[in-house]
Design a protein around this ligand. Sequence first.
Ligand SMILES: [Fe+2]
Length: 277
Amino acid sequence: MDNLKNKKQKDDESLSAFEKAGLQGDDPRVVPIKLDGPAPEGNDIVYPDYSDEEQETWKILYKRQRELLPGRAAQEYMAGLEMMKFPEERIPYLGEVGRILEETTNWQVARVPGLLFEGDFFSRLARRVFPSTDYIRPRHELDYTPAPDLFHDIFGHTPMITNRAFADFYQKIGKASMNAQGKDRRRLETIYWFTVEFGLIHTGQGLRIYGNGIISSYAETQHSLTDKVEKRPADLDKMCEQPYDVWHMQPLLFVIDSFEQLEQDFYGWANKRGLLD
Ligand SMILES: [Fe+2]
């Protein structure tokens, strides 16, 4: 009976890839969490008591990715990384991360316990609050972790939020998602996947990465710019129908021309569906 129910849910077209993954896998980290109260924001966030090994994990991940990204990551991400001033030697404090975002693009950070149920996640984006985890992957998962951890959230996501056009686009995704029903929910998660998580951008120097799912992964950073990956222009009508798989490196990525263009295109896409005024 449960199998039948799971099979039916897996085939439901309104489910996101993450929701389907949650039904398939037995790793609780990929099952979205529904919050039962407010998540702490700003100075209410407590700095966890990290072990020496966890602090060392940050040092390793930070150093490795910091060396790999120049010439691969978008200039807007690199500028954001400079602004964030993450310490090399210890895990950053989320309250401080939020303070810098507030100064640059009027965003805030909330500390959340894991992958969130979409309503809890997008309602925060809609009011310019980035939900971030504050735990770090175990050492044996340095190269791959199936769900967000603080390296993905803090190192991967927050530098891009210092960019005005990206930050405004990101808020619009949250607002549109709060108004979406049925297949539009899944379409929005697909756009989120191929932009926020796995986006590439054209620059005068060639293709660069801005997607945080790539930027926080050592292997995918190298893989994404090779000829093994098909690249298509970021036409949102086509992008939103493109299937993807959260378990493997991406064989297909979409390329934007600028963050301003992305924000405008997204507004047009969402407005014609009645998801944004
Ligand atoms: Fe992410």
